[in-house]
Write a protein that binds this ligand. Structure first.
Ligand code: GUN
Ligand code: ZN
Length: 465
């Protein structure tokens, strides 16, 4: 059995910080001098170095010095075949799809092109500290095969699936409901549960799906109730209006997916910007989740996700965060945190009593503030719970897979080290609050340069050059 032991300073979560307003550190676990031991990539011991080493006196220890070790980041919503076209100028969602997205995704019908894309996609994920993603592929089975094959080669836990669209795209990029059912069934048989691969039935979005395609999704979910369902929801105002015009029997966007029995545990809808309070209530009650994609929402001008409303304890919606790359213009979840923080601040301007006296809600304004605890929880344990993968990943509990990131809190733009030294002395973080302070610096001032090492199943998969 291959045994790995890592000694260093660890920071993970054991609870939801939104449940501990004013004392969010209670949701976190900080081990200043810790030891994590993994057998064949699975954590068998974790805790204070002195305590754990007593049980493993002969273990070979890798010491990671002057770093904060967190669980690997989970990107809940990303588009594998958009790797090359991120940062496309000038359009909002619907024209952007036609002009920039579909032409690039159509290149992924070619296996060689898809393979080159996959190498670059996974290399960039690992260099960004992302160890797990839930990804859209393309209308072509070959893109999905290449995605799963490359993830397996790197031993990464991923969720993905053939991405079905049968309206609102060039003819040669459309699936038919029957081909989508047949191809999905074939891919599920070959890839679902193989190694660390997990399969999501993936209708691209409501507006791009006929009733017949959604009916085939219902059939797939009924035949494979343990599978994930991944899609987009309530992203752009024009999209929402056009969708409801196509489904006059539905009151809202969520209602379209509910009509086809898709909403429940393991369902995630990306964006959710324009969801009503009632939709939040129904999502929360069903056990489904929303993926907040702040960089994309700003880049495409889609709107401001109501983070404080979604986290209302009356109807706490399960949340993961996503880059939505290429709708998001960065691969790094640290950039997503930076943008999420700014969205929260802007939401609070809208909630401010002096701007809108009827709308003031101090508790919601407090929940909009993305503290470092809420931020890093959302990339790790929170995302794992929202996506129903927390039996495998999300924190350093014994039995989980040893996927983690070593963050250099001084690496990033040249002045970052000086900035951090204003907040925490050179000996590094002595307390959980010190660690959270440094992590806030990493998310707001740092970027992927802060990611020094990324480990998958107890083996180093990336080291910054
Ligand atoms: N809605 C349907 N397809 C897409 C996509 O590729 N990106 C985003 N952001 N929204 C979508
Ligand atoms: Zn998307």
């Amino acid at each position: 059995m291959a045994q790995t032991a890592i000694r260093g300073t660890f920071f993970d979560f054991i609870d939801d910080p939104w449940k501990h307003v004013g004392e969010e550190h209670l949701a976190a676990r900080f081990v200043r001098d810790g030891l994590l031991v993994a057998d064949d990539g699975v954590i068998v011991a974790f805790g204070d170095y002195d305590d754990v080493v007593a049980d493993y006196p002969d273990v070979d220890v890798t010491h990671i010095l002057d770093r904060l070790i967190t669980p690997g980041f989970i990107d809940g919503h990303i588009h594998f075949p958009q790797t090359r076209m991120l940062g496309a100028y000038g359009e909002q969602l619907l024209p952007w799809l036609q002009k920039s997205v579909f032409p690039e995704e159509m290149r992924y019908g070619d296996r060689e092109y898809a393979e080159e894309g996959a190498t670059r996609f996974f290399d960039t994920l690992l260099a960004s500290g992302t160890t797990t993603c839930q990804a859209f592929t393309s209308s072509y089975p070959v893109t999905t095969e290449v995605f799963f094959d490359e993830a397996a080669r790197r031993n990464m836990r991923v969720i993905g699936g053939l991405t079905g669209i049968d309206r609102f795209a060039p003819d040669e990029y459309l699936v038919t409901p029957e081909s989508f059912y047949d191809d999905s069934t074939d891919l599920i048989e070959r890839y679902s549960g193989a190694g660390r691969n997990l399969y999501a039935i993936t209708p691209r979005f409501g507006l791009g799906a006929s009733n017949e395609l959604l009916e085939q999704c219902r059939r797939l979910k009924a035949e494979h109730p343990d599978l994930w369902v991944n899609t987009h929801i309530s992203e752009n105002p024009t999209e929402c209006r056009d969708l409801l015009a196509a489904h006059p029997d539905c009151d809202d966007y969520l209602g379209v997916y509910e009509k086809y029995d898709l909403v429940g545990p393991k369902f995630s809808g990306g964006h959710g910007i324009w969801l009503s309070d009632d939709e939040f209530r129904r999502i929360a009650a069903s056990g489904a989740s929303v993926t907040f994609c702040p960089s994309s929402n700003l880049f495409l001008g889609s709107g401001l996700f109501r983070l404080g409303r979604a986290t209302d304890p009356e109807h706490r919606v399960k949340l993961s965060f996503g880059t939505d790359m290429g709708g998001g213009n960065r691969f790094s979840m640290l950039n997503a945190l930076e943008d999420a923080y700014k969205v929260g601040m802007l939401n609070n301007t809208l909630l401010d009593g002096s701007v809108n006296p009827r709308n003031q809600d101090l508790a919601e304004a407090e929940r909009n503030k993305l503290s470092p605890y809420r931020a890093f929880y959302s990339l790790t344990l929170g995302a794992a719970e929202a996506l129903y993968i927390d039996e495998w990943v999300g924190n350093f509990e014994v039995g989980k897979e040893a996927d983690f990131v070593a963050l250099d809190w001084t690496a990033g733009p040249p002045a970052l080290e000086w900035h951090q030294s204003l907040l925490v002395d050179e000996d590094g973080p002595a307390t959980v609050e010190d660690a959270a302070t440094l992590l806030f610096g990493v998310m707001m001032v740092g970027d992927e340069r802060s990611v020094d090492e990324t480990w998958i199943m107890g083996a180093r998969a990336y080291k910054k050059g």
